[in-house]
Design a protein around this ligand. Sequence first.
Ligand code: GLC
Length: 576
Amino acid sequence: MNSLKWWQTAVFYQIYPRSFADGNGDGIGDFKGIVEKLDYLADLGVDALWLSPHFPSPNWDCGYDISDYCNVAPEYGTLDDFKLFLDESHKRNIRVILDLVLNHTSDEHAWFVESKSSRDNPKADWYVWMDTPPNNWQSCFDGEAWTYVPERDQYYYHYFMKQQPDLNWHNPKVKEAMWDAVRFWLDLGVDGYRLDAIGTIYEDPNLTPHEVPMTMAELRRYSDLASTPEEKELRDKYFYDMFKNQWAQGGLHELMKELRAITDSYDGDRMLVGEDDNIDYMGNGEDELHLVFNFPLMKTERITPEHIHKNQAERLKQLESLHLGNKWPCNTLGNHDCSRIHTRYGDKLHDAELARLHAALVLTMKGTPFLYNGEEIGMTDYMLTDISQVKDTMGSWYYHTIVTEMGVHPEEAMTRTAEMTRDKNRTPMQWSKQPNAGFSPENIATWLPVNSNYADGINVKDQIQSPYSLLNYYKHLLKVRKSTPALIHGEYIPVHSTAKDYFAFLRVTEKQKILVILNFSSERLELDFSNIKDINSQTLQTLFSSADASQKERSTKALTINPFEVFIAEVKPAHA
Ligand code: GLC
């Protein structure tokens, strides 16, 4: 039971550096700010950080367009600031993994600048070049996937924005150069990588066109307007069909194996987690990625007991199919690419209660949890109202396209853009009720507006002081998790799996049996677990209750669970 690796027992916390903490008061997050907040993170109880890209970048895709893989964006600090951050994190027993963007670079990266300069320069085939666009492939961010370069009189391919040209991974020199960058940070002592968009690294060698009767812009617009289940189903099918030849193509397993061999050549159990939900990228369980995300859990409009049971049954079964190694799940409900948990899974009536259930879910299910900065204080989506505020370039591209090419009224276009852009879930972290939420000094224009709800208690400082705040709830749950071995190591056993109102399960080790009940309903429930084999007539010793922790012992037969209660108990013999 104690043989789990650190990345299996850790709780990860994603830092979006631009929005986390502004140490030098220029309106943009930076390493100085992050270092100042490390005590906060240690106190919160997280064990590892995933840092979204911190490299120099022209920021067409908020850092995911990297112009130098071995340096630090000047607005975030210097390499020495990074080293201090890493060192200070490690001193607090907090590990750090970085974001590794393999598929593409920035168009301002020296490799691309050279590659595009002529057809016969030494890096001429470091990217994917064609004399004419060979097909109708789309960029998932901004229209056509092929962009013309006059210097070469050729087109290059980009799955994402045109400022993010795809590298040619068939070229061994590309690999060598990228593996050097990977080693650069591992040599400095980082604990691993989150691998960005790995599915996009290779394309169909036959360049088969897609057959969706729309462009990307039209499909996004269709998606905006889709309201019936049939329309939504068609939308999903179209998205899949549009990109199926640009995604998940041959070659990836070999590539992941090479990368794994590099990380394994370092001491200290460095780890890799893929931005993909396909368990195949874990190889045989020991030779590709350590983890992939359980994205199907979050790909739903509502987190319901039914959805979770189904997800767990499928996911854990898939993991079992790995031949070797650690068949370990990895769960998350939010990140920098999607609507914030509080907004997305709320019902507008019980958002606060639901947020607590969702946190409990991620922190008690089997697997490594990933949290996203700000979720611990209940940050919500922030809807921009003016196109000049939009920083997520896919948002401004969409706005201009639907206004100019489809005649959509600017007001409606702005509403749609505010909903689809990822700016809404990337606003500055709310540290206090000071102006600018204590993120930046008063009167400084922050890079994205601060959500004004910081003044209504959605900020760290107020919540630290309030015993019943969401923040203290997270802290408490993280402590319970840490001090309850079965919540980390235990096998998952669903119970009452047809229940519609609540989600119940056991986490079981040889020495400990934990029952978790999450009541997703506004009803008080009277439950009977006495006929469950692993529970029967034992007692339930409360480890955590969001409703009434004063009741130390509860019966398995007539168990009252309050509306939206999170209940975690140890199942023990009646006389223990
Ligand atoms: C990943 C990142 C996303 C980025 C894209 C292109 O999906 O999470 O933020 O835009 O890759 O790098």
